[in-house]
Design a protein around this ligand. Structure first.
Ligand SMILES: *Cc1c(COP(=O)(O)O)cnc(C)c1O
Length: 845
């Protein structure tokens, strides 16, 4: 405080317009921002103008915390987590920041008093869809938990100009629309032009001799780009920590193009800008499936190089030596997408900072830790040597060198075991030669983890089996989690309020406290309040379904929901086989009593994934028939909610009675949607796959609907030669359904439409739908019986929420912090804005 300020009597202290949190100040700040940022009077302002004015009002309050956080970290020698991820599926910021700033209610009041509606303003925000699905969403939950736990962290990624496409449904098919999320500007990001770095590509390498007579390698690139960082503050819940998410945009490097400019090719130099910016133009829309496109490798290398250069700059700016780089930073590789970082850090240390190889390798191996996200062979990244070497010639040399030294060491430990060498090698030499990114990440990291207990065991016994034998301590488990701030407090405010009214609000920061709800399962008042919240959430979703699809659904029917990316391994089509089973039962016996169900689907298919797109058409086609058949009226509805993303998912999880988690055992690494549902009081029907196993352990077998083959069953069945046709012949109801699909019952007589799906099931069925069909249907019958007893169902629903403490991403981050990263919280003190601006000085960037 300046002398003048302290002299003011308390009563006269005026809240600063950019930091104050009272209703009056927030109102004034918003009016101010409407005028000075949007340049509008209220009489011409649109909803979007008011959203922007509010967003900037919130951002001002974030900036105070963000600068205080940076000050607490800068120069204090704190150890930091760098979360390297090609995807961050953040979802809209406004609502979440209001929750975490603890100003949701005052802002709502201020907005309402102004004659506006907060929900409508929040709905204006175009979410940054910078990810495909679970992996990207996990990165977003982890950034939020890191901040909430006050752990120093930076998220590094790519600022895609176009995120995951928007989905429309036309004639029952998916149509992809470009995601123009930046078109009205992004109030949450701050351009940091003076932290731009250069990234090189292509060319060749050569030896040269230094003045000291040392032989060194020089990379002579073909071209270079500039990486420009845009920072988004990520605020923790009711703490002052606002960590940084730093996303890189590609631009033309003027220094590199200077020669051309000098030679008079002004147009060419400017034109290079357009080409350069293509690199971060668009997110590859494939989930769990690689495409092997050169531009994708360019994206990966680009953001990793930018990030490592940034980390080195920070480290040196603090006056440290690069030999201690791994003490300052730990870099988590979110899958193998950033794995080229292992070679890049070696290059930066050895070539650019003249560190001896062995020292550099020690630093590198102690810097990285790798999270494996999948066992699916089609998702394991590998790059053809030719492509890799053309783009990153120096990195290929470095990878060969790492591989040589590594295999020499293996050779000593396992003499003359060529199989072992071939399996561990960073290079796949079985045919066309490839760089194996999982092997590079494994060799270059001090820790490897899977994302659920079952998955981590499978990592040890399958994809990384030989690495596990070599380094038995290196592979561990960190079960995924989701943040309860977004997935309960923000998405399900009524349930959050009910819970808080009973057990206080400590659960938001310590989700294990939900356990206290167990004592209330026999409290009839609480149970009926619980039911009323669920009903209200279902009514809200029913209205959205009507608005989005024109389909009317009954909020008192059971809401049976499967929302996630569309993939054969996730088996949305198994769900459809069950729907048709119920439909056929009703057709055979129209007066039969049945627990009414509303089936809700949502999810995007990769644009090039034909079978997934056909699965969407299957769902909508079955819906078309079922929803219009008077014989089933009032008992069955099938809905496909278009454009599944974070925004649209938030009203879905709280409205579910039943959560469909029915992947083939061993295929879903963890799943996080399963956690969001269960936290919000849905019961799960699921296989023993991914985190389902741990969810069932936590909530109790009696509160979980388990069915289907286990991982061992799946392996045994495949070993003995799986013949799906057998199941077709064994179950007449299954046979009937398959025949209906072939004969055009659900395709207006078209016998070809679903042929590829039917043939796939009958002759290959790689995901064992037919083998699991009967168990699934029987389990669904048990679900219906249970749902008929509303009191008991409610009890199970409460117990699901009450026992989900483990699945908070706070627990996951604590696991990483303690078992892997060795980082500690650094609390941040708020600084008065006035004090922070007491004296002005000029610094060099
Ligand atoms: C949670 C989430 C996912 C992951 O869902 P799974 O059921 O675990 O596959 C995907 N997309 C969005 C938008 C999500 O919020």
């Amino acid at each position: 405080m300046t002398a003048q300020n302290t002299a003011l009597p308390n009563t006269m202290q005026v809240e600063d317009d950019r930091t104050g949190l009272s209703i009056g100040t927030l109102r004034r700040a918003m009016a101010d921002n409407l005028f000075y940022i949007q340049g509008k009077y209220p009489d011409i302002a649109t909803q979007n103008d008011y959203y922007m004015a509010l967003a900037y009002t919130v951002r001002d309050r974030l900036l105070q915390r963000w600068l205080a956080t940076r000050e607490a970290y800068d120069g204090a020698g704190v150890r930091m987590v760098c979360y390297l991820s090609a995807e961050f599926l953040l979802g809209p910021h406004l609502g979440n920041n209001l929750v975490n700033l603890n100003i949701y209610q005052p802002v709502e009041k201020a907005i309402t008093e102004s004659g506006l509606n907060l929900d409508q303003l929040i709905a204006q925000e175009e979410e940054p869809g910078l990810g495909n699905g679970g992996l990207g969403r996990l990165a977003a939950c982890y950034m939020e938990s890191l901040a909430s736990l006050e752990i120093p962290a930076i998220g590094y990624g790519i600022r895609y100009e176009f995120g995951i496409f928007d989905q429309e449904i036309c004639d029952g098919w998916q149509v992809e629309i470009t995601d123009k999320w930046l078109q009205y500007g992004n109030p949450w990001e701050i351009l940091q032009a003076d932290s731009a770095v250069e990234v090189k590509f292509g060319g060749y390498t050569e030896f040269y001799t230094t003045e000291q007579g040392e032989q060194r390698v020089r990379w002579v690139p073909n071209y270079a780009l500039k990486g420009v960082p845009y920072d988004t503050p990520i605020l923790g819940y009711r703490v002052n920590t606002a960590n940084t998410l730093r996303l890189w945009k590609a631009e033309a490097s003027e220094s590199f193009n200077f020669q051309r400019f000098n030679q008079g090719d002004y147009y060419g130099a400017v034109n290079a800008k357009t080409t350069a910016e293509n690199l971060t133009k668009v997110l590859y829309p494939n989930d769990e499936q690689i495409q092997g496109k050169e531009l994708r490798l360019q994206q990966q290398y680009f953001f990793v190089s930018c990030s490592l250069q940034d980390m080195i700059r920070i480290h040196l700016a603090e006056g440290n030596r690069l030999e201690t780089f791994h003490e300052k930073f730990t870099a988590q590789l979110n899958d193998t997408h950033p794995a080229v970082g292992v070679a890049e850090l070696m290059r930066l240390l050895v070539d650019e900072h003249a560190m001896p190889w062995d020292t550099a390798w020690q630093v590198t191996q102690k810097t990285f830790a790798y999270t494996n996200h999948t066992l699916l062979p089609e998702a394991l990244e590998k790059w053809p040597i030719g492509l890799f070497g053309r783009l990153l010639p120096r990195h290929l040399e470095i990878i060969y060198e790492i591989n040589q030294r590594f295999l020499d060491q293996v050779q000593q430990q396992f003499p003359d075991d060529d199989g072992k060498l071939a399996a561990l090698s960073l290079i796949d030499e079985s045919g066309e030669r490839y760089v194996r990114m999982a092997n590079l990440a494994s060799v270059g990291s001090y820790s490897i983890n899977g994302v659920a207990a079952l998955h981590s065991e499978l990592v040890k016994s399958t994809v990384l089996k030989d690495f596990h034998q070599l380094w038995p301590q290196k592979i561990t488990n960190v079960t995924n989690g989701v943040t309860p701030r977004r997935w309960l407090v923000l998405s399900n405010p009524q349930l959050a309020e009910l819970i808080t009214s009973k057990i206080g609000n400590g659960w938001v920061q310590d989700l294990d406290q939900l356990k206290q709800l167990e004592a209330l399962v026999n409290d009839s008042g609480f149970c009926s309040a619980w039911q009323q919240v669920k009903l209200a959430n279902k009514q809200r979703l029913a209205q959205r379904i009507l608005d989005f699809t024109g389909i009317e659904v009954d909020p008192t029917s059971m809401f049976d929901i499967q929302v996630k990316r569309i993939h054969e391994y996730k088996r949305q089509h198994l769900n459809v086989l069950h729907i048709i089973t119920l439909y056929n039962r009703l057709k055979a016996n129209p007066t039969q009593t049945m627990v009414p169900r509303t089936f809700v689907f949502g999810g995007k298919a990769a644009p090039g994934y034909f079978m997934a797109k056909l699965m969407i058409k299957l769902i909508t086609s079955v819906g078309e028939v079922v929803n219009h058949d008077p014989d089933v009226a009032g008992r069955l509805k099938v809905v496909f909610l278009p454009d599944y993303n974070v925004t649209n998912s938030q009203p879905v999880y709280p409205a579910a009675d039943l959560s469909e988690q029915i992947s083939t055992a061993g295929k879903e690494a963890s799943g996080t949607g399963n956690m969001k549902f269960s936290m919000n009081g849905a019961l799960t029907i699921g296989t023993l796959d991914g985190a389902n196993v741990e969810i069932r352990d936590a909530v109790g077998d009696e509160n979980f609907f388990l069915f289907g083959l286990t991982v061992e069953d799946v392996m045994a069945l495949k070993d003995q030669g799986y013949q799906p046709k057998k199941y077709y012949h064994r179950h007449s109801s299954l046979q009937n359904i398959i025949d209906q699909l072939s004969s055009g019952v659900f395709s207006q007589g078209d016998q070809n439409l679903f042929r590829p799906l039917v043939d796939n099931l009958l002759y290959q069925d790689p995901y064992l739908l037919l083998a699991d069909y009967q168990a699934y249907v029987e389990c669904q019958d048990r679900v219906s019986q249970a749902y008929a007893d509303a009191t008991h169902w409610t009890r199970m629903s409460i117990l699901n929420s009450a026992r989900m403490g483990k699945f908070s991403s706070d627990r996951s981050i604590r696991d990483y912090a303690k078992n892997i990263w060795q980082v500690k919280p650094v609390p941040v003190k708020l600084k008065e804005y006035i004090q922070a601006n007491a004296g002005l000085q000029v610094n060099t960037p």
